[in-house]
Design a protein around this ligand. Sequence first.
Ligand code: NAD
Ligand code: UGA
Length: 455
Amino acid sequence: MKVTIIGTGYVGLVTGACLAEVGNEVFCLDLDQHKVDLLNHGVIPIHEAGLEELVARNRASGRLIFSSDIAASVEHGDIQFIAVGTPPDKDGAADLQYVFAAARHIGKYMDGYKVVVDKSTVPVGTAHRVREVILEQLAARGSTIDFAVVSNPEFLKEGAAIEDFMRPDRIVIGCDETFGGQRARSMMKQLYLPFNRNRERTFWMDVRSAEFTKYAANAMLATRISFMNELANLADKVGVDIEAVRHGIGSDPRIGYSFLYAGCGYGGSCFPKDVQALRHTGAQYDHKMQILQAVAEVNERQKHVLGRKIIQRFGDDLGRRHFAIWGLAFKPNTDDMRYAPSRALLRQLLKRGASVAVYDPVATKEARRVLQEDFAEMPHLLEQIRFCDSALQALQDADALAIVTEWKAFRSPDLNQIKNLLKEPVIFDGRNLFEPWAMANAGIEYHGIGRTAIK
Ligand code: NAD
Ligand code: UGA
């Protein structure tokens, strides 16, 4: 099939490459010319395992092309995916300006039946508004071409994006009979056939329910995390090991083990903004989302938990202190720094005068970029950050080590080397990578999240 993807970011690029891999002719549009140029030179702008090979293979076969030519992109695809960003507005609502710009482009240039697919995460009612925007454009040029707007939210995780797309748990498609439904439904069915081979994974529903399902999924996951973080903070106070508790409750199949890891808070491009956006939808309908308010507040606090533990241990004035930090990305296997908890920790430490030596296996370049923005009003603080080429280099002469991202490479370090390189053998572990007893045996003072069990 001929498919256009509008917006070649994380979701657009992965979607485009995976749809090309199963035989479709895919046209990826992006208005960021620099991004398009990089992709046309085989450079992948994001760190995502396997993506470079997948893109290279499908570019070489001619099934995947990158361009900033809007008219050509609309002409190409019978199916037009909108996969642009939906960042938070000042009031927490999803900013839909990029979605509507994409819709305007489709309406302006389409010359035959199209299925327009909202792949971006968008609030309930957006497909309806996308339809109106396209109709306005068609009316402006006196056209009555038929089209459909369907909702097909994406559930991939960064770091496992290709696997998630190629072997999805579920495919959610919202398709209303009143919106040119039958034809759109059969085209979407055909498109997703290769992903439904062994068993049917598609859940068909109405458009509004599909839009809502995406927010409900992210909000549920974020809720689990904040709930565990709240328990972990209490566990610290009452002398309980949250890891033992996680096993104890996760073994109940009604609860399950996933997304029960306490830590220094969730980050990333989606949980924070989607929780806010769902709260905003609630407010619009005079329906206060009390649980989600708590989820967001607990997470905001949690991003400061490592900093607070460090201040408790070393005092509020960190003027002569130097810390090693392992991990900058919001999670392992990505260079994404959006809402990364490391940014909150750096702010806490640097503002109190500390200097830091930081190491991340892939996110250093992106971290340099976002930290310039974070410290735009206090650029002198950036001089207190040293970016290191290895985890060990960062440890040299530090008063303590803080771990923010659970990269595999940090999981079994040489504890003697850590002890030798640090000024004091103290670890603040924001991802609970180690066992407190093992640290105690090694003579390391260990501060996890919710791990101060009295033995
Ligand atoms: P992103 O910021 O990485 O990419 C968006 C891209 O769209 C950018 O390259 C931008 O230049 C381009 N763009 C903006 N307006 C455009 C236009 N009018 N025409 C063409 N290109 C345009 O965003 P992302 O992380 O891929 O997220 C996209 C959407 O998918 C969001 O709604 C997000 O919530 C959702 N989502 C993201 C993930 C994820 O893991 N990142 C997972 C599931 C869903
Ligand atoms: C998340 C969802 O998992 C995807 O299904 C969804 O498609 C995506 O958001 C999206 O809509 O963008 P992602 O943000 O890539 O994916 O990463 P996750 O693995 O979900 O982790 C998010 C954050 O939660 C990370 O900071 C991670 O460290 C934290 N986390 C995760 C915890 O603190 N504890 C856990 O138990 C799990």
